[in-house]
Design a protein around this ligand. Structure first.
Ligand SMILES: [Zn+2]
Length: 210
C-alpha cells in the first residue's frame, strides 16, 4: 500500500507507531472482542465482572492507546472500577449499554454511520496509528473516562478498521443480537426445512474391462 493516500483533515500529521508486539489487525480484533463481550454479557453484571472486563479486555487496549497518545499529553487511563461505589456500577453499565446499542442501531442508515465516524474522528475518540509492518490501525482514545465513552470508542475503532463489517443492520431484527459482516443470525439465512437438498449423484457404472 502506498502511503500517499489522502488523510482526513483531523488526522495527526505525525504517524503514531504501535509497539512491535501489537499489529493493526490484533488491535482491531481486541477492540471488537472487548465491546462485544461487554454488550453481550454485561446485563446483570456487578462490580466484580466490570473490574474483570476492564482489567482483562479493556485495559490492554487502553495501554496501547496510552503509549500512542502519551506524547500528546493524554493521561494514562489505567484506572479500573475497583473504587467505584457498587450502587453506581449498575447505572454506569446501563447507560453504556443504552448508548452503545443506540449507536449500533443507527448504523442501519449509512448516513448515520458516516455521521458517527465523522464525530468520532473530530472528537479524537479514535487515534490512527501504524504497526511495525506499516499496516494502519485504529486505537480507541475515548474523550472521557466514562464507561459509555470507552465502549463507544471501542466500537468506533473497530468500525474504522473494518467498515465493511458494519454495513447494513448490525443488530438482528428478530433477536436483537449483534450481527457483523456476513455472519449468520436467526433471521438471516433462515432456510425453511423444506429447502432443496442436493441429491447424491448416481454412481456411474464403469464397464468392466475384458
Ligand atoms: Zn437473530
Amino acid at each position: 500500500m502506498h502511503a500517499n493516500t489522502e488523510l482526513p483533515p483531523s488526522s495527526q500529521p505525525t504517524v503514531l507507531c504501535l509497539s512491535p508486539l501489537v499489529t493493526a489487525s490484533s488491535l482491531a480484533q481486541a477492540s471488537r472482542n472487548a465491546w462485544r463481550v461487554f454488550l453481550e454479557q454485561s446485563e446483570g453484571w456487578g462490580k466484580a465482572e466490570l473490574v474483570l472486563w476492564s482489567g482483562g479486555l479493556y485495559g490492554p487496549i487502553a495501554r496501547h492507546a496510552a503509549e500512542l497518545t502519551a506524547r500528546r499529553g493524554v493521561a494514562d487511563a489505567d484506572d479500573d472500577y475497583r473504587y467505584v461505589d457498587p450502587h453506581f456500577v449498575e447505572r454506569m453499565i446501563a447507560i453504556a449499554r443504552a448508548q452503545a446499542f443506540e449507536v449500533l442501531s443507527s448504523f442501519a442508515l449509512p448516513r448515520a454511520r458516516l455521521a458517527f465516524s465523522r464525530a468520532m474522528n473530530e472528537e479524537g475518540a479514535v487515534t490512527r496509528c501504524e504497526d511495525s509492518a506499516g499496516d494502519i490501525g485504529f486505537a480507541p482514545t475515548p474523550v472521557t473516562d466514562s464507561l459509555a465513552d470507552r465502549v463507544v470508542a471501542l466500537i468506533a475503532a473497530d468500525l474504522f478498521a473494518r467498515p465493511g463489517d458494519f454495513e447494513g443492520e448490525t443488530l438482528c431484527s428478530a433477536c436483537g443480537g449483534i450481527v457483523l459482516g456476513r455472519a449468520a443470525c436467526c433471521s438471516r439465512y433462515d432456510v425453511p426445512s423444506s429447502s432443496v437438498v442436493a441429491k447424491p449423484v448416481d454412481t456411474v457404472a464403469v464397464p468392466m474391462a475384458g
